[in-house]
Design a protein. Structure first.
Length: 673
């Protein structure tokens, strides 16, 4: 490494002066002298203080087996071959016959716990022995910690006792003793709770398990200890220790990693997930609220099962817990144009008979989020523990839909109904999956026709694209709709999360920030990906059952998020060739009073520049700096090895004009007070 490169050791803090001199003295570049001259006295233009947020979609096992803290897989016996040809309601469950025990599993649908949850398990115990039951190993594995509490719960009723046919009245009158256990990989019992199931009506049972041993490979076992038949559903093992201690909450380490991005908003639940594959396969928010056993699990667009245990209430709660603006997205009454194995030709619209009912559902969502607890849907929210409104302000309608007349008619019906009943809600339109092209043009044309307040753009492009399109938003009409860049990412040909891609996104963010008088929100996509269950790369945060692995791209998002401002200041960057990858933004944050200068160098060599703040009144500035970069643009994070590039923090004092070296492939953020 050349002496001009900054250290990759993170956590390394240094007095600014020593760092400054080390960098400033190095003769680093034969390029012409660059100067970044800021007009410190300018009023500047107001920009979005909420530019950086997140887009959450249940893709790559982001919900079940991901952010949702449930540890049992297929808890409601609703897995189906439509999700995966090898799956069925009994997938991920094994029959357990201990000692002389003998029995079998069958499936019931005649007396479901709720109509939305049609299948249940019938555990048939022919000979009890030391117990006959079921076992589950979760999503690849069940990690538990000694001394921590886990809630085991299940719904059950006695289908019969003794023999199925011809059991004696005495046997029929008996209760069924049951035991729930956690076992280590060697079969040792590490936690246990006893239950008694009695009666022909569904009842929920629950108890707390506290394992005596920490293991990443626990097995959950639930056994019945007499001959008979027990109906079981919603068999759950849930840690008490969730993010913010919420019941039915989120996996703590993962939610915490997301919260550390300090997202200003959260878009959910998709993505393609929203409109679904097939006209009646859309994500119906009503299926995702209320008691868990009444939620309607189904196949999500990414080809696996979603329980909806993580549903609208949980999304809104998570947004609130992070201080993020909630931005739900609903279908525009059309399904994905790629539905029915017909790429680009599968768009269908709901019938005109169905549309009024669907529109009422959309209006009900607004009432659910913002209505008083006395309203029909506000009461559902209140019953779930949130009497105060969630303060919904934005509603996405549609996602990357082909802009056809089928779409336009339905979108307009929904938009008009929302505008009539809830004129304060901003409806966000859609401009297709690309940065340009037919749907982009038509989507924007349609938005202008309807005078929409905001349009959702998406683009997944090469790292070079972000450098070549620095001026994209400079020319957007300031009197037209605002932009929500709902999905974007720099894609390498092999879709790795390289430093090059992260730095290209930083360059993109520079251009969004400079234009965030019109670009109000921007979110990287996708957010989460479980190792071994990934349908899409690159992603921002990877994880497995026990660990979380943020990408280099995550760090860029975090740095921009925690260093945003509300006023864009004019500046001139001179001495930089048009083809050179060196871009900057300068903003003021009125809360802290800081001027925040961001510079991204995408070249493979260091670059020096003079920072000129001399138009301001101060003689000195207190500087807090963040430098993130590495001479190797190919570098990636390796799971379990910690970040391959760490942000160097520095602080010190600088004069109004100072020299600065911007290392190769780096993002530098300087907060000046
Ligand atoms: O982010 C992954 C997918 O990309 C989203 O579901 C969709 O909107 C886009 O095509």
């Amino acid at each position: 490494m050349s002496p001009t490169k900054h250290s990759n050791e993170t956590g390394y803090k240094t007095g600014f002066s020593s760092m400054f001199f080390a960098l400033a003295l190095a003769g680093v570049s034969s390029l012409s002298a660059a100067t970044l001259e800021v007009d410190m006295e300018a009023e500047g233009k107001a920009i979005s203080p909420d530019l950086v947020g997140i887009f959450y979609e249940d893709l790559n096992y982001a919900a079940d087996g991901g952010l949702y803290a449930e540890l049992i897989q297929n808890r409601s016996f609703e897995y189906s071959a439509t999700e995966n040809a090898s799956w069925g309601p009994l997938s991920f469950w094994d029959l357990v016959e201990s000692d002389e025990g003998k029995g079998y599993l069958s499936l019931g649908n005649m007396r479901p716990v709720h109509v939305n949850n049609p299948h249940y398990l019938l555990l048939n115990v022919e000979t009890a022995g030391s117990g006959v039951g079921i076992a589950n190993e979760g999503f690849d594995q069940i990690p538990v910690e000694a001394g921590k509490s886990y809630e085991v719960s299940f719904w059950a009723y006695q289908a019969y006792m003794g023999k199925k046919w011809g059991g004696s009245p005495e046997e029929e009158a008996e209760a069924m003793p049951m035991t729930a256990r956690l076992e280590s990989q060697s079969g040792e019992v590490i936690a246990e709770a006893k239950f008694v199931v009695q009666g022909r009506e569904w009842k929920q049972q629950s108890a707390t398990l506290v394992p005596t041993v920490t293991t990443d490979q626990a097995r959950f076992v639930l056994i019945a200890e007499k001959a008979g038949g027990i109906a079981l559903d919603m068999v759950s093992l849930f840690p008490h220790d969730t993010f913010m201690g919420r019941q039915n909450g989120l996996r703590k380490d993962l939610a915490q990693t997301i919260a550390e991005l300090k997202p200003k908003f959260m878009r959910f639940p998709g993505g393609c997930l929203v409109h679904g594959q097939g006209i009646h396969q859309y994500y119906d928010w009503k299926d995702s609220v209320g008691p868990l056993e009444q939620r309607k699990a189904f196949r999500n667009s990414w080809g696996y099962h979603q329980t909806l245990g993580l549903g609208y209430h949980e999304f809104f709660q998570f947004s609130e817990d992070m201080g993020a603006i909630p931005i739900p997205v609903v279908s525009a009454g059309v399904c994905c144009q790629h539905s029915g194995d017909s790429p680009g030709r599968g768009q269908e619209g709901m019938s005109m008979e169905e549309m009024p009912g669907y529109i009422e559902d959309v209006l009900d969502l607004i009432e659910w989020a913002n209505g008083s607890p006395d309203s029909e849907w506000g009461a559902v929210r209140a019953a779930a523990g949130h009497p105060e409104p969630f303060d919904l302000k934005y509603l996405g309608v549609g996602n990357e839909d082909a802009i056809t007349s089928i779409f336009e008619v339905r979108f307009k019906m929904i938009r008009d109904a929302v505008a009539k009943r809830y004129p304060e809600i901003v409806v966000i339109g859609t401009s297709g999956p690309f940065a340009s092209g037919e749907d982009y043009e038509n989507g924007w044309g349609f938005a202008r026709e309807l005078d929409l307040e905001m349009v959702d753009e998406h683009y997944y492009v090469s790292p070079q694209w972000f450098w070549d399109n620095q001026d994209r938003y400079d020319t957007y009409d300031r009197n037209s709709s605002e932009v929500y860049l709902g999905e974007y990412a720099a894609h390498e040909p092999d879709r790795r999360n390289t430093l090059r891609s992260a730095i290209a996104e930083a360059a993109g963010l520079i251009s969004f920030e400079r234009n965030s008088d019109i670009v109000r929100f921007a979110s990287y996509a996708p957010l989460l990906s479980r190792r071994g269950h990934t349908q899409w790369t690159p992603d921002l945060i990877y994880f497995d059952a026990t660990d979380v692995y943020p990408s280099l791209n995550y760090e860029v998002q975090r740095l921009f998020s925690i260093n945003g401002g509300d006023t864009d200041l004019p500046f001139e960057l001179s001495g930089v060739d048009a083809s050179e990858k060196l871009v900057a933004s300068v903003v003021r944050d009125s809360k802290s009073g800081d001027i925040i200068v961001k510079v991204v160098n995408g070249e493979s060599q260091d670059r020096s520049a003079t920072i000129d703040l001399s138009s301001g009144k101060k003689k000195h500035y207190r500087l807090t700096g963040f430098v993130f970069g590495n001479e190797d643009a190919e570098i990636v994070n390796v799971d379990g090895a910690g970040p391959s590039v760490k942000t160097l923090e520095e602080s010190g004092t600088v004069k109004p004009t100072f020299e600065r070296v911007f290392p190769a492939n780096s993002l530098t953020i300087m907060r000046l007070k």
